[in-house]
Design a binder for this molecule. Structure first.
Ligand code: GRF
Length: 196
């Protein structure tokens, strides 16, 4: 059980899978004077994120997609006094009411240079395969606010990576993961400092 210090913002992470970004964020915010990760929510029963949270001593709650759509998750987050929601590999569209309630306080990371290679169905290796197939010479990450459409909210930050001849989707994914680990926590912290 985490102890929350006065004035610290409470972060909720939403994840659907492996959870490497979630783990990186949780570790980063253990040493932050601005915010702490309060809990994680996952919408898949089998996901790597549960073990990671157990090891990091952070609660990880399972909620169905339907409970997002009915507003149950939003109620839970309000009860928990959640200040900031961080999506880290979360694959369900956030309902409009939740977007409106947490306007400017919900952030996502996407493993391409949006608006390219984003939108419904573009996640994980599918993104990197499409980038390689397009012959692009660079890709990157985009950190953006969440709105009611997949990958379309206001862009807060992008970082680029070159694609060298012979790079495949696996290599690109690994290069992109390095950028994600480097930048996502610090951009989230910056957003956190801007919250009133
Ligand atoms: C990351 O590439 C992230 O950019 C995207 O989904 C992936 C999640 O990976 N939104 P992980 O679950 O954090 O390992």
């Amino acid at each position: 059980m985490s102890v929350f210090l006065q004035g610290m913002k409470k972060i909720a992470i939403l994840a659907s899978g492996n959870g490497s970004n979630a783990e990186n964020l949780i570790k980063f915010f253990k040493n932050s004077d601005c915010a702490q990760v309060s809990y994680v929510i996952c919408n898949k029963k089998e996901a790597g994120i549960y073990d990671r949270c157990k090891n990091l001593n952070i609660p990880c709650h399972y909620f169905t997609n339907q409970s997002f759509d009915t507003g149950e998750v939003q109620k839970f987050m309000i009860n928990e006094k959640t200040d900031l929601i961080v999506l880290a590999g979360f694959l369900h569209l956030i309902p409009k009411a939740m977007v409106q309630h947490f306007q400017g306080k919900m952030v996502n990371i996407h493993p391409s240079l949006l608006p390219a290679f984003g939108g419904k169905g573009m996640y994980g290796m599918k993104v990197h395969q499409a980038v390689i197939a397009s012959g692009a010479t660079e890709s990157g990450i985009t950190i953006h606010l969440v709105n009611e459409n997949f990958d379309e909210g206001e862009i807060l930050f992008r970082a680029h990576v070159s694609i060298e001849a012979g790079d495949d989707a696996v290599k690109l994914q690994s290069n992109i993961a390095k950028l994600e680990m480097q930048y996502y926590p610090e951009i989230v912290e910056k957003l956190c400092r801007q919250l009133s």
